[in-house]
Write a protein that binds this ligand. Sequence first.
Ligand code: FAD
Length: 385
Amino acid sequence: VNRVVVAGAGLAGVRSVEALRARGFEGEIVLLGQERHRPYDRPPLSKAVLLGTSDSSFVDSDLATLEVDFRPGVSATGLRAGVVETSEGDLPYDGLVIATGADPITLPGDGQQHVLRTLDDALELRARLVRGARVVVIGAGWIGAEVATAARRAGCEVTVVEAGPAPLSHAVGAELGARTLPWYDGIDLRLGTMVASVDEGGVRLVDGEFLEAHVVVTGVGVRPAVEWLAGADIDLHNGVVADEHLRASLPGVVAVGDCAAWWSRRYGTRLRVEHWDTALGAPEVAAATLLGEDAVYDPVPYFWSEQFGHMVQYAGHHPAGSRLLHRGGPEGKWSACWLTEDDTLAAVLAVDRPRDLVQGRRIIDAGHRMDPERLVDPDVPLRDC
Ligand code: FAD
C-alpha cells in the first residue's frame, strides 16, 4: 500500500490517519474534508458550544506531524476501483477509508430550518438563541433534548414537537423516555405530534395548527452520507456495508464511523452506530485491516447525552423484546437494564449513575448472566448482581 485516501475529515477520518501512522504506515495519506475546518469533535456542539462556554472543539491531532496531505474544502464525489473522484479531480488510491459520516434529515417547507451537525451550524444557531426568542425544536431525541436545554437556558420560549409518545422513545422506548418528562418543565412539549412543513415564520403541524417561531431547529435524525457512492460498484445498505474487519465490498476499501454498517459478531447482526465512541475506536481496526493485519471490530456500543442537567448514558444494544428492569425510581438518579431471554445483560441506560454504566458495559462485554432480583435493587452494585 503506497497511498491511502481518507474520505471525510471528521473524528473517524482523523483517527484513521493516526491509526495508520501508529501502525507504521509510511506511505502517502490524503485526507479529504468537505468542510473548511480542520477535524473537530461534534458532541460539544450541542453542549458547550451551544451553551456559549466554548467556541470550538478541534481535536488536538497534529496534522503536520502526521504528515498527512489534508485537503479542506475538497469533497469525494465518486468512486471507481482504485480511484476516488473528487471536486478537484481524480485521486488514485491503494487503500481507501470511507469516513464521510452522516447528514441531518430536513423536513419539507420553504421556511428557514436550522440543523445541528457542523461547527458552523452550532455558531449560527447559538447567535439566534436569545432571550425571548420563540424557538420550535422538532424532535425530542438526543439532539432535540440538548438543543432544548440550551435554548431554555438562554431564556428562549421553547416548544418541542415530537412524533413519538415520549421523548427519546425511538432510542430507549416510550416507558423510559417518559421518565424524562419532568425535565421539560417550562417547555411546551407536544407529543404524538407530526410536523407537515416548516414555513415562513413557523411550523405547520399535520392537524393544521401553526406554531409561530423565530427559530426552528430540526433534529429528526441523520442519514449516512453516502450519496457520493451511488454510482460506485460497492454494496450500500443503510450506509456502507462492511464485514467484521470493516472491509467494504470493494477490495482495498474500509468504512468507519457514522457511515459504516458493519457486521457485529457479538450481536450477530449488522450495526450502524452514530456515536462518538465508534468513530473513535473503529479506525484502529480499519487501519489494521487495510495494512493486511487480522483485526475484528466488536465493541459494546456506548453513547452519552447531557440534557437538562442530567448525564444520560447508554451501553450495549437491546433487540426488540428484551426484558426491561428498573434500578431505582423515576425521581433522582436511576438506571435500567435490558436482559436477553437467558438473563444476559444486553444493554444498560444510566441517568446520573455513571457507575452502573461503567460496570454494565464490562458485564455486557464479558457476557455474564444476571440475577434479576438483585438487579432491581439500586443499592446492590451492578457487578454484584
Ligand atoms: P462526521 O463527524 O460526520 O464526519 C464526517 C466528515 O466527512 C464531515 O466533516 C463531513 O463534512 C465530511 N464529508 C461528508 N461527505 C464528504 C465527502 N463526500 N467528501 C469529503 N468529506 C465529506 N455522540 C455521542 O456518543 N455522544 C454525544 O453526546 C454526541 N453528541 C453529538 C452532538 C451533535 C451536535 C452531533 C452532530 C453529533 C453528536 N454525537 C454524539 C455523534 C458523534 O458526533 C458522531 O457519531 C461522530 O461525529 C461520527 O464521526 P464520523 O467521523 O463518522 O462522522
